[in-house]
Design a protein around this ligand. Structure first.
Ligand SMILES: Nc1ncnc2c1ncn2[C@@H]1O[C@H](COP(=O)(O)OP(=O)(O)OP(=O)(O)O)[C@@H](O)[C@H]1O
Ligand SMILES: [Mg+2]
Length: 237
């Protein structure tokens, strides 16, 4: 199944600035005229110095931040949805069926067992519960999370264990577009390799992937190209 090559995510003229209320309402531009396309079957990695706006762009692409100008077009069920102007209900539909996101830190409802947290990402998309649990178990084992942890809530897990739960939850849904925010930051080499394998499989299945990855070996292993962001100019209020 090779569906590589058609655009899944496109931004045009994206601008975003923050208003600093603690500094007399000064406006700080962060994103200026961002033109980014991510195609099916490829992995694009955001690069640029600290403070350049990588996380801000990622949050904007997921609809967590409203951008000041421009469009964020997501290929959703054979049509384009502009997340810059979409209503909250459309944003939720896009997230459920099209746009997956692995955040840097796991945030979950307390006391829910790990296996259910991961399986839920699939049942939300209509899968049968038993099948979702089976797939969750397989994915967690592939990410070297021992079975004795699967029935415990992840609240007391180590940083790397929590990150692997987050990755399993992000990958299980099989979304056509996947955003990865530093998915390997807390992982050792063996687990980084497991993530590289998951990314390669997702790409082969046609997933469009956009990531922030700081460690160079992982970046080189998954990136088809880099998209560079430059720090924007500070403007006076
Ligand atoms: N909610 C916010 N309010 C005000 N300023 C913000 C906010 N979020 C980010 N910024 C500022 O926007 C700029 C870009 O931040 P961002 O976190 O996007 O950078 P980054 O490229 O992800 O950096 P890093 O590599 O260090 O993670 C920074 O100068 C930051 O201080
Ligand atoms: Mg960042």
């Amino acid at each position: 199944m090779n569906t590589a090559g058609h655009p899944m995510l496109k931004t045009h003229g994206v601008h975003k600035s923050f208003t600093l209320h603690l500094q007399g309402g000064t406006t700080m531009p962060v994103l200026e005229n961002v033109e980014l396309t991510v195609n099916s079957g490829e992995c694009v990695v955001l690069s640029g110095p600290s403070g350049a706006g990588k996380s801000t762009l990622m949050r904007s692409l997921y609809g967590n931040y409203r951008v000041g100008e421009g469009s964020i077009l997501i290929r959703h069920q054979d049509s384009w949805v502009d997340l810059a102007t979409a209503d909250p209900r459309s944003i939720l539909a896009v997230r459920r069926d099209t746009l997956g996101y692995v955040s840097q830190f796991l945030r979950v409802v307390p006391r829910v067992p790990t296996i259910e947290i991961v399986a839920e990402a699939l049942t939300l998309r209509g899968a049968d519960h038993a099948e979702a649990v089976t797939r969750a178990r397989t994915l967690l084992l592939r990410l070297n999370l021992p079975e004795r942890l699967h029935n415990l809530p992840p609240a007391t897990f180590s940083g790397g264990e929590q990150q692997r739960v987050n990755l399993a939850r992000g990958f299980i849904g099989g979304h056509p577009i996947l955003l990865l925010d530093e998915p390997t930051a807390s992982l050792d080499a063996i687990n980084r390799d497991a993530v590289v394998g998951l990314v390669a499989e997702a790409k082969a299945a046609g997933t469009a992937i956009l990531g922030i990855v700081h460690d160079l070996p992982t970046r080189d292993a998954i990136a088809d190209r880099l998209f560079k962001l430059y720090p924007a100019q500070m403007a006076a209020a």
